[in-house]
Design a protein around this ligand. Structure first.
Ligand code: HEC
Ligand code: HEC
Length: 260
């Protein structure tokens, strides 16, 4: 598992390094050089061939790696740009058996792939939530409730049990994410400092699964809005004042008062 993920991170980095390669090609030629990669065309190639799986902004999906932040991934892995072009072409031509379709030359030309690489290089790193979903959720659960890997939600409340401060946890986190846990958790060597700190902040802010927010999320399949929270406050205040939960009629009255 680990070596497979490392391999694909390397593939990603190779793929993404194409942009860097093209930048160096561009600077080697004059500005009129007609073969310079076309980022707009690359965006089109991406939307037509990759976005359905990797997300409209390259943000990734459950178990499908994020391609946003590509420029940083290449730098993080220390891949020389000149090694990139052939790597990405070969990878897309062959696909990833069982996981990703192959893109033969009649579907994507070499030029399409170069444009694609240049486009991917323009994508900013994605959010902590997206990074979690793409890289961690398959094992730790969609809401970090735990699956193959342990529950990660509610870590702030568990600090006394863990016996570490927030700062100590944060300090160890980059190594854990980049190196993984041999035989148990894959390495993510391509993720940058910025991405890892976004991931940490996301996990840190996840409420405990015993919280009202987490139960709401589990029940409704979405996080509570400001209105949902206000409704809850109101219903708790109602209970305290009246010794009973609000009835449907009480809710309708509140709703009508809110409309005024
Ligand atoms: C049908 C869904 C699907 C489509 C379409 C698809 N991919 Fe993928 N891609 C995947 C999956 C799944 C993986 C992870 C494979 C694995 O880890 O074994 C992946 C992995 C990758 C990786 C390696 C990333 C890493 O960090 O491991 C790159 C790079 C990549 N895809 C680029 C592309 C590009 C560019 C396109 C469009 C030309 C594309 N993919 C289209 C599903 C898809
Ligand atoms: C292939 C499954 C898998 C993936 C993907 C995965 N993990 Fe894990 N993770 C595990 C397992 C299994 C453990 C428990 C290891 C053990 O018991 O020693 C674990 C443990 C952990 C721990 C606790 C470490 C400790 O010292 O107790 C943290 C934190 C963690 N993972 C975070 C993440 C993050 C963040 C990601 C995404 C970048 C991620 N994991 C991706 C399987 C996975």
């Amino acid at each position: 598992m680990k070596s497979r993920i490392v391999k694909h991170s390397l593939l990603a980095a190779l793929a993404l390094a194409v942009g860097m390669l093209m930048l160096s090609v561009m600077s080697a030629y004059s500005q009129e050089e007609p073969k310079a990669p076309d980022v707009l065309k690359g965006a089109e190639v991406f939307q037509n061939n990759c976005a359905a799986c990797h997300g409209k902004q390259g943000e990734g999906n459950m178990g499908i790696p994020n391609l946003a932040g590509a420029a940083g991934h290449v730098q993080q892995l220390g891949i020389p740009p000149e090694a990139a072009g052939p790597g990405i072409i070969q990878m897309l031509r062959g696909g990833i058996p069982g996981n990703m379709p192959a893109f033969p030359p009649d579907v994507l030309s070499d030029a399409d792939i170069m444009n694609l690489g240049a486009y991917l290089f323009t994508l900013e790193p994605t959010t902590g939530a997206n990074l979690y979903r793409a890289n961690c959720s398959l094992c730790h659960g969609a809401n970090a409730e735990g699956k193959i890997g342990p529950q990660l939600a509610g870590v702030a409340e568990k600090l006394p049990q863990i016996g570490l401060t927030k700062e100590q946890l944060a300090a160890g986190f980059p190594d854990l994410v980049r190196k993984g846990i041999p035989g148990k958790m894959p390495a993510n060597p391509a993720l940058t400092d910025v991405e890892i700190s976004r991931l940490f902040d996301y996990l840190w802010d996840l409420p405990s699964l015993d919280s009202w927010e987490a139960k709401f999320q589990a029940e409704h399949g979405r996080a509570p809005t400001a209105q949902d929270k206000a409704d809850r406050e109101w219903s708790l205040a109602f209970l305290a004042a009246n010794g009973r939960e609000p009835s449907d009629a009480d809710w309708i009255r509140r709703w009508q008062e809110n409309k005024k």
